[in-house]
Design a protein around this ligand. Structure first.
Ligand SMILES: [Fe+2]
Length: 313
């Protein structure tokens, strides 16, 4: 390393994000959406979207931001980060029905059972999911803390993994098929023409957790639980549980997480359970807090690249 300036530095995405917010405040939603799309092409995970949000909140009272963000979404910047912001601005505006269009667990959160505890694939599956792991300590670009993953399960030729992914694909297709067609709903309107599934395992120990996050590059995401330790029976501490609901610090009314506009749900893992949600649904996990092990598979439905063979919907 030396101290010479990096002449090949990436464009300043935070400055571009603030510029896009200025355009939006000036009523130029099309130009703002185009610039946001340009940022997204460079940084698909939109890590600097916070700069866009911060400038909007600085420029306008937050209870007046909903029409601006709605115009941005309608102009084509439609993805989990803009849906999450749209839901927050609806709550700040006091428009609970508009928020629920995007956040309703009754409409959009699916909890089903793929199999019971005696599934014959379970033992070889757990062995596969716990092999080939990469450890993650505190990565700056991911929500996982102190846990291990086997990445790219969809690239494996293992028969037991192929069977699992086929089963998850069918459950995911059932979920997508149950979603109504509603052109007025930004999330439903964003349904990709074709989908592909990507998946990775997560092996959690005593300290593993996931910070509140959403899945910015997919349309729908989910989790399947393969091995669940006894400690999850603690309904007070909820170790190893999944929380789906707004992150803290959004400035929502204290009672009931957004006064009914953005409810939270707590899910206790069970072997065979599958949870599906829109990718703009923020979620997090609680550490086990003891020397036990939980193994799950996280998966995402992405828009299929043009002409891609394989899973399509
Ligand atoms: Fe997640």
């Amino acid at each position: 390393m030396n101290d010479a300036p990096d002449v090949t530095a990436a464009p300043d995405l935070a400055s571009m994000a603030r510029q896009a917010a200025f355009l939006l405040v000036q009523g130029r939603a099309d130009a703002a959406a185009a610039l946001c799309g340009h940022i997204q092409a460079i940084d698909p995970n939109l890590e600097t979207f916070g700069a866009f949000v911060d400038l909007l909140i600085w420029a306008r009272p937050r209870e007046r931001l909903y029409p601006l963000v709605r115009a941005l979404v309608d102009a084509g910047f439609a993805n989990p980060r803009s849906f999450d912001l749209l839901a927050a601005t609806a709550i700040w505006a006091g428009d609970i029905p508009a928020a629920r269009e995007l956040t309703s667990p009754e409409r959009f959160l699916s909890i089903t059972r793929l199999h019971g505890p005696d599934d014959p694939d379970l033992a070889p599956l757990v062995a596969e999911l716990a092999s080939g792991l990469e450890h993650y300590d505190r990565p700056g670009d991911r929500s996982i803390r102190m846990g291990s993953r086997r990445n790219h399960l969809e690239r494996s030729d293992s028969p037991v993994l192929r069977r699992l992914l086929d089963r998850l694909w069918r459950v995911a297709c059932d979920y997508v098929d149950r979603l109504p067609a509603d052109p007025a709903n930004p999330f439903l309107r964003a349904r990709p023409a074709g989908l592909v599934l990507k998946a990775w395992s997560v092996v959690s120990g005593a300290e593993t957790r996931h910070l509140p996050h959403l899945h910015a590059t997919s349309w729908v995401n989910g989790v399947y639980y393969a091995e669940v330790p006894p400690v999850v029976a603690d309904v007070a501490g909820r170790p190893g549980w999944l929380r789906v609901g707004p992150a803290a610090g959004r400035g929502f009314p204290a009672a009931g997480c957004g006064a009914g506009g953005w409810e939270e749900r707590w899910i206790r893992p069970e072997p065979g359970l599958v949870v599906l949600m829109p990718s703009h649904f923020t979620h997090e996990t609680v550490p086990l807090g003891c020397d036990q092990r939980r193994i799950c598979v996280a998966f995402e439905l992405h828009p299929a690249p043009p002409g891609q063979a394989g899973h399509s919907h």
